[in-house]
Write a new protein. Structure first.
Length: 133
């Protein structure tokens, strides 16, 4: 199975700069005036997921809530620190997450549309650990 997360925005350029320049995603494809939409696909090459951002002449409804997150898991502690430095260098301050789990295990930021992005500390990856209730 492959995954695409699609979201409408009002301005593609700040979104492209944020997700490529800071988070290191690459432009995988773009389209212009397709059924009155322009858009971009961003992600890591060769993976089975990507983000799609679109703009049109209609203003998007902002449904962003504090628990709407894109969570990124850097491959190492060095990669985590590198991302923190990129956020700082670009003047993007940490924001308080609603869920205390993310404060303990990562850092939360806002993207240009006000959606929350979390980078998780490398030693906190939970994928290989059993879930507890």
């Amino acid at each position: 199975m492959k995954l695409r997360i699609a979201r409408h925005t009002t301005d593609l350029q700040p979104i492209i700069k944020f997700y490529t320049g800071i988070l290191g995603l690459e432009i995988l494809g773009q389209f212009i005036e397709h059924e009155k939409y322009d858009g971009v696909f961003l992600g890591p090459p060769g993976k089975d997921w990507h983000l799609e951002f679109t703009v049109s002449n209609e203003a998007p409804n902002n449904h962003a809530e504090e628990d709407d997150l894109l969570v990124f898991y850097p491959d190492s502690a060095a990669a985590f620190e590198n991302l923190k430095e990129k956020f700082t260098a670009n003047g993007i301050a940490e924001v308080e997450p609603k869920n205390p789990y993310w404060k303990q295990n990562g850092i939360t930021y806002l993207d240009p549309d006000g959606y929350r992005v979390v980078i998780v500390k490398a030693n906190e990856h939970q994928f290989n650990k059993p879930l507890t209730t």
